[in-house]
Design a protein around this ligand. Structure first.
Ligand code: ZN
Length: 241
């Protein structure tokens, strides 16, 4: 059987809050101490990544908002580092290493993004494809589902015809890119419209950070997606691609 087609990668449905992670780690380090109340907040920090403070049964955790999308194992490593320091325990070397590796990778990725933006080499081909015109489809969907109020992002086709990544919305470039595989006569218009509509909803409903995880399909997103006329039919058409 063909694997289920994804509209884009990196979708996370399971949400473990960072407060849960911190309380789990605290319990491991201090099994007999009553668990403090835990308050995790993400803030904009220019030069710090994380701070903790334990005061009158309240553990205050303040994290840089750039950590909000960190994967759970990384958040757990960070919790171990911070809580070990707080409780004056030796920090496990594995946690240190894992957290440092994450920061390094993140910085490398960020630099690559920056370089790509500077060179302006976002690889997108014009909205008017061989078979479908994304500008025209956008206007039509905008009128039908968004009262014509959505500002038009950059629209384009990917140079490669991916079957696994049918579309994505790229916030830094404010661009919606659809896979070239959809720009063919044998692909029903409904299927292309659905992928474009889905990506337009990403523009309207940004991803939410909940603790350590990024939730791309929020409840509001899913509610809005149900407005699409022939949702089930469109989804089954995509499975036949
Ligand atoms: Zn999506």
């Amino acid at each position: 059987m063909k694997p289920l087609t994804m509209l884009h990668s990196g979708e996370m449905e399971v949400v473990t809050s960072s407060a849960q992670i911190f309380s789990r780690v605290f319990r491991q380090l201090r099994p007999r101490t009553p668990l403090p109340r835990i308050d995790v907040e993400f803030r904009t920090y220019a030069n710090a990544n994380a701070k903790v403070k334990l005061d009158q049964g309240l553990l205050e955790v303040r994290l840089a908002d750039t950590l909000a999308g960190a994967p759970e194992p990384v958040m757990e490593a960070l919790a171990e580092i911070l809580l070990c320091k707080l409780l004056r325990r030796p920090v496990p070397e594995s946690s240190n290493a894992r957290y440092r590796r994450f920061l390094n990778q993140r910085d490398v990725r960020r630099n690559l993004d920056l370089v790509r933006q500077i060179r302006g080499r976002k690889r997108v081909e014009p909205a008017r494809g061989n078979h479908y015109d994304l500008d025209e489809m956008f206007e039509d969907l905008n009128f039908r589902y968004f009262f014509g109020l959505m500002a038009k992002p950059v629209l384009g086709w990917s140079p490669n015809a991916s079957r696994t990544l049918l579309g994505h919305y790229d916030p830094p470039h404010n661009a919606i890119v659809l896979s070239r595989i959809l720009d063919r006569a044998e692909v029903p218009r409904l299927a292309v419209e659905y992928v474009l509509f889905h990506e337009m909803l990403h523009l309207r409903h940004p991803a939410e950070h909940r603790g350590a995880r990024r939730c791309v399909h929020t409840p509001a997103f899913k509610e809005a997606e149900k407005q699409f006329g022939e949702l089930r039919e469109a989804k089954s058409l995509l499975r036949l691609l």
